[in-house]
Write a protein that binds this ligand. Structure first.
Ligand code: AP5
Length: 242
């Protein structure tokens, strides 16, 4: 079962109350750097109340805390390469063991290699009463992505994601929600972007094909307003969960 969502396919805006009744189960958000995985994950969290598990955020948390994993990961992330599978899988396993994942979760940016994909497929297949995984791939024209990456700014307090070109805050450099000063990720440079895109093409694009082949796969156009992209994902996931 494979679904391609096109503009206008969604029937209602996110946040419609009856949608909360859907048991979303495990979702994978796939796509190149900057396509909007984090932005969409936050929309889905709001609707379904399941956690976003971003391996990028978990790794950045380790970097900020100066853990052994963080010290090792920092250099790799600055080159736009991938942290070894065994370390990332272990980090994800620990997070999935937490009780808030019971009704489902959104894996944002994981799996990113075929090794990670085979590992997570096995983990999820052996989980008692778990729904089968749905993989969502977000696609955006390559030429748009550099602006999305270099223009991105994050709120360190509420984690809201902005873009100085596309999704700007009301006041320059200041979060609309809580007034915190927005920050830029250290890997959001043009130089690092090239490495990240190369890594994506070599190691992560095959993961998208893996899930396309397995079915329960949705491909959405991410080059639309945030709410429209979200509505497309929600409507497709609901159909696959019926
Ligand atoms: P990670 O943090 O996962 O980065 P990424 O995959 O490169 O993805 P991004 O976070 O850059 O983009 P996004 O798709 O979430 O887009 P966003 O919503 O922010 O990983 C960082 C590093 O950690 C990796 O390079 C690697 O080293 C390591 N790592 C992570 N996971 C790993 C793993 N599994 N294995 C090994 N290593 C791993 O949006 C981007 C911008 O676009 C924002 O400014 C936003 O406002 C804007 N935007 C979003 N949607 C729209 C829209 N519809 N219209 C207009 N603008 C939009």
């Amino acid at each position: 079962m494979s679904t391609v969502v096109t503009p206008g396919a969604a029937s209602a805006a996110p946040g419609t109350p009856n949608r909360a009744a859907v048991r979303p189960g495990p979702l994978l958000l796939l796509g190149a750097p900057g396509v909007g995985k984090g932005t969409q994950a936050k929309e889905l969290v709001r609707l379904w109340g399941i956690p976003q598990i971003s391996t990028g955020d978990l790794l950045r948390g380790n970097v900020a805390q100066g853990t052994d994993l963080g010290r090792m990961a920092h250099e790799i992330m600055q080159r736009g390469e991938l942290v070894p599978d065994s370390l990332v899988n272990e980090m994800v396993a620990a997070r999935l063991a937490e009780p808030d994942t019971k009704n489902g979760f959104i894996l944002d940016g994981f799996p990113r290699t075929l090794g990670q994909a085979h590992w997570v497929d096995e983990q999820l297949a052996s989980a008692a009463d778990a729904l089968p995984v749905v993989a969502v791939s977000i696609k955006v024209d390559y030429n748009q992505l550099l602006r999305r990456i270099t223009g991105r700014r994050n709120c360190p307090v509420c984690q809201r994601i902005y873009n100085i070109y596309l999704q700007s805050p009301l006041r320059d450099g200041v979060c609309d929600n809580d007034g915190a000063t927005l920050v830029q990720r250290s890997d959001d440079t043009e130089l690092c972007y090239e490495g990240r895109m190369r890594t994506y093409a070599n190691l992560t694009a095959p993961v998208v094909e893996h899930y396309r082949g397995l079915g329960r796969f949705v491909e959405v156009n991410g080059d639309l307003p945030v709410a429209e992209v979200a509505a497309g994902i929600i409507s497709a996931v609901e159909k696959l969960r019926q």
